[in-house]
Write a protein that binds this ligand. Structure first.
Ligand SMILES: C[S@@+](CC[C@H](N)C(=O)[O-])C[C@H]1O[C@@H](n2cnc3c(N)ncnc32)[C@H](O)[C@@H]1O
Length: 224
């Protein structure tokens, strides 16, 4: 269970401001203006609600399910909505470990997992991504901002250093299962998602992705 994040929750906002300024938030909201209005949104590991606030503001008619393993992160997200004068009635907060979560029998046209999949080892992602992918409607969007390691040059070594320090910190403070980054791209593709657009930030250390579920369209019958 991600209870280690409870310790971090009250400090998460200022730590982000000091260490990353507004870079992570730019990644989170990169595609907010371009996605079609969602009806039902699933947010995984939303944390203290920085993206949730912007999403509710942009799409006040949608309904939201926010799943997080940290009670205190969920409390922060609730408080953040209130502080911004937004209606929290449309947001369902669920305290659950995604690894053991039994998803509801419903579908979502928008999935959001910002800075969340990097918490897991490959074997855990192999479990999580297909389960979440199966909850997506046809043409659902999946917004995913996260860290990455550029393929070569000084940017790769810079990223390695930063990621190494980050994992050291998060493993110690939150007991994070992952010790390094596992790109989830192949698992998203195997779940029927296609990368529509990727934007890079901070010399390639950060990326923001717009994935679209198009699996249904790929299974055309060409035999006749
Ligand atoms: C690195 S924080 C990212 C928070 C936020 N999405 C952001 O953009 O900054 C990871 C979040 O995922 C949650 N989390 C980590 N492991 C989890 C798990 N197994 N199940 C549910 N939530 C988890 C943590 O409680 C935390 O809120």
């Amino acid at each position: 269970m991600a209870t280690g994040f409870d310790r971090l929750a009250p400090h998460y906002r200022w730590m982000e401001r000091v260490l990353a300024g507004s870079k992570l938030q730019h990644c989170r909201i990169a595609f907010l203006d371009t996605i079609p209005a969602p009806r039902r949104v699933l947010l995984l590991g939303e944390g203290n609600g920085r993206f949730l606030v912007e999403l509710v503001r942009a799409h006040p008619r949608a309904s939201f399910m926010c799943v997080d393993g940290s009670v205190r992160m969920l409390d922060c997200a609730r408080a953040q909505l209130q502080a911004c004068g937004l209606n929290g009635d449309a947001v369902q907060f669920i305290h659950a470990d995604v690894l053991n979560w039994s998803p509801p029998a419903e579908q979502f046209d928008l999935i959001v997992s910002h800075f969340f999949l990097d918490c897991f080892r490959r074997d855990q992602l192999e479990k999580i991504v297909p389960v979440i992918g199966a909850l997506a409607t046809r043409e659902a969007r999946w917004l995913l901002a996260d860290f990455r390691e550029p393929p070569k040059g000084w940017m790769k070594w810079r990223a390695r250093l930063i990621l190494g320090l980050m994992y050291l910190f998060f493993r110690r403070v939150t007991r994070l299962p992952a010790g390094s980054l596992t790109p989830p791209d192949g698992l998203l593709m195997a779940s029927g998602f296609v990368l529509r657009e990727r934007r890079l930030f901070d010399w390639g250390l950060l990326h923001s992705d717009l994935w679209v579920k198009e699996g249904d369209f790929l299974t055309t019958d060409a035999s006749g």
